[in-house]
Design a protein around this ligand. Structure first.
Ligand SMILES: [Zn+2]
Ligand SMILES: [Zn+2]
Length: 130
């Protein structure tokens, strides 16, 4: 069976509703095989495990795990802001654009993660992760 390359895009299914799809590969999601059902189905925050209501859940799209099963990660605002921040810190030192003070504004990923982190903090979608 043909397998679509996963680099730089959501592998398949539905793109995330609430965040730019190109940023998703930079956000380290836990291995869905190790997660309880409520985090795989999006009823709980994929990172912190707190329960999510529709009003607070941030959609991270539909994903496909090893073996082809679909899963639906969602997050609360504070966890997503935290992971966007970590992704930014991991990305910047390895990026030739982001480390160039004259050109850092040209990096879509660096700017995107920074914008995402700020936007999510303003959304005040506080979940139940404590
Ligand atoms: Zn959370
Ligand atoms: Zn960059």
């Amino acid at each position: 069976m043909y397998r679509r390359a996963t680099a730089g895009a959501t592998p398949t299914g539905r793109p995330p509703a609430d965040i730019p799809a190109e940023l998703l590969p930079h956000l380290a999601l836990p291995d869905p095989g190790t997660l309880p059902e409520e985090r795989v189905t999006g009823r709980a925050c994929v990172w912190g495990g707190g329960s999510l209501t529709l009003a607070v859940a941030i959609d991270l799209g539909e994903r496909v795990m090893e073996g082809g099963q679909h899963w639906f990660p969602q997050a609360c605002g504070p966890c997503l802001a935290d992971h966007a921040c970590k992704a930014l810190f991991a990305h910047v030192p390895a990026c030739s654009l982001c480390t160039d003070t004259a050109r850092f504004t040209e990096c879509e990923i660096g700017r995107g993660l920074d914008r995402l982190q700020k936007r999510v903090r303003r959304m005040e979608r506080v979940g139940d992760c404590g």
